[in-house]
Design a protein around this ligand. Structure first.
Ligand code: AMP
Ligand code: MN
Ligand code: ZN
Length: 422
């Protein structure tokens, strides 16, 4: 370990949308992929990748040359891209290459939907870090075509989330992805983390503690910039090595589809994901992590539902994550005890979750909410039964929620796919 601690959250950073030209849409409505064509019956969006098969990206000419290790960071030209002109220069450079490595840094704690803070790009000879807060409105218009270009290979590590963030924040869709995380899995590496690959293939000890740093911070300390660069600087080399290993694997196996083709197939499927907003329904509270195990009665469950609805609404308006407004553990603790006075609520919150302004500034409101929820608790008996069966491991089919709380408009699919922030 060693080195200074990296704060995962710096409370004094202003909201990016107050500093830069960023539009935030936290409405409880489906995400519109405005940059995509829709099918003829308008029932779905069409990803540009649909025109291709994953085999289109399989290298026919096998690289005979050995992988070339990149020079050290200190011997590599680096540009922090924070002006439109810098971005234009980067675009010119990317137009001249047929492969580059990409990574994103993101903040999901002080934003309802999450916000992309940085985009790192490495070519064979240069590193770039784009300030995607400052250049937010330009990233899509200038980089969309390059990311969509099927002749340019994009190498990323564990791109599942990045694919969705690119769509949500920039309207960027990727064709021709090679995910080194998938390659790592197929090669049965000891671990599949980038930190492990960096150490194994490049002898680099990445400072993992920066992974969860507050990437909204500006100006970025040089240490954080260095970490961000490391996430893409070695990736094309790792890709070279892995491709070689995957090709030599296929020589030894009788299998019809080669391991390399399999990596392209898996990367294709990751790229094809489409971002969807979690839609809030009156059953969403049932997905709270740890709820089935809490063994709550109808009154406590009614309080859970009331608190969940409150934090969702507050989070949308203030553009904060639900986990920042009221962490799941605190929500469950309050519901468990159901404090009926402001004094008792404050006591509970301050002892276990100090410095939570959203609760401390609203104690009277929340106590009222608890009282009202308890009065309406009869409607939550079905939820109690559902959760009991959940915790018994039966009835893992979330469609069973459709009969709970008379929730007419609820879309059970969202209950299945939503990921609650902790
Ligand atoms: P990475 O691709 O590892 O650089 O991670 C991209 C983003 O995912 C980071 O900027 C964080 O927002 C988030 N992230 C990744 N790992 C963690 C973690 N262990 N804890 C919190 N956030 C993480
Ligand atoms: Mn990443
Ligand atoms: Zn990263």
């Amino acid at each position: 370990m060693g080195g200074p601690a990296v704060p995962f959250h710096i409370s004094t950073i202003p909201k990016p949308q107050d500093e830069y030209r960023i539009l935030v849409n936290n409405l409880n409505e489906p995400f519109e992929h405005v940059w995509l064509e829709t099918s003829e019956d308008e029932s779905r969006f069409i990803h540009p990748l649909e025109k291709f098969s994953s085999l289109d990206f399989l290298d026919t000419a096998v690289a005979a040359s050995d992988p070339v290790k990149p020079p050290s960071l200190d011997h590599t030209p680096f540009k922090l891209v924070e002006k439109l002109n810098d971005l234009k220069e980067l675009v010119l450079k990317l137009q001249g290459v047929d492969e580059f490595a990409v990574d994103l840094e993101h903040n999901q704690y002080r934003s309802f939907l999450g916000i992309t803070c940085l985009m790192q790009i490495s070519t064979r000879t240069e590193d770039f870090v784009i300030d995607t807060l400052k250049l937010r409105i330009y990233v899509g218009p200038y980089l969309r075509e390059i990311f969509k270009d099927p002749t340019k290979r994009k190498v990323m590590h564990g791109a599942d989330k990045d694919i969705l963030w690119l769509q949500r924040d920039f309207g960027i869709y990727i064709c021709n992805l090679f995910d080194t995380g998938q390659a790592s899995r197929l090669l049965k590496m000891e671990k599949n983390s980038l930190a492990y690959l960096l150490q194994h293939f490049c002898g680099i000890m990445a400072k993992k503690e920066y992974q969860s740093a507050d990437w909204r911070l500006r100006p970025l300390p040089s240490e954080m910039l260095r970490y961000a660069r490391e996430d893409t600087h070695f990736l094309l080399y790792i890709y070279d090595v892995m491709k070689m290993k995957l090709l030599s694997l296929s020589v030894n196996t009788e299998s019809s589809s080669s391991p390399l083709a399999e990596v392209y197939k898996l990367s294709y499927d990751i790229s094809m994901q489409l971002y969807t907003k979690d839609i809030w329904t009156d059953k969403s509270y049932l997905n709270i992590y740890g709820l089935p195990e809490a063994g709550f009665n109808a009154k406590q469950l009614a309080v859970v539902a009331g608190l969940s609805e409150w934090r969702d609404a507050v989070g949308r308006t203030a553009d904060e994550s639900t986990g920042y407004i009221l962490p799941n553990r605190a929500l469950l603790d309050i519901a468990k005890e159901m404090p009926l006075t402001s004094y008792r609520l404050l006591q509970l919150v301050k002892s276990k979750y100090p410095h939570n302004p959203s609760i401390e500034n609203n104690v009277d409101y929340i106590v009222n909410l608890i009282r009202n929820s308890i009065q309406a608790s009869a409607a939550y008996e079905a939820g109690v039964e559902y959760l009991k069966e959940m915790s018994r491991g039966k009835n893992s089919d979330v469609n069973a929620t459709s009969n709970i709380n008379g929730g007419g408009g609820g879309d059970t699919k969202d209950a299945k796919t939503s990921h609650h922030k902790v």
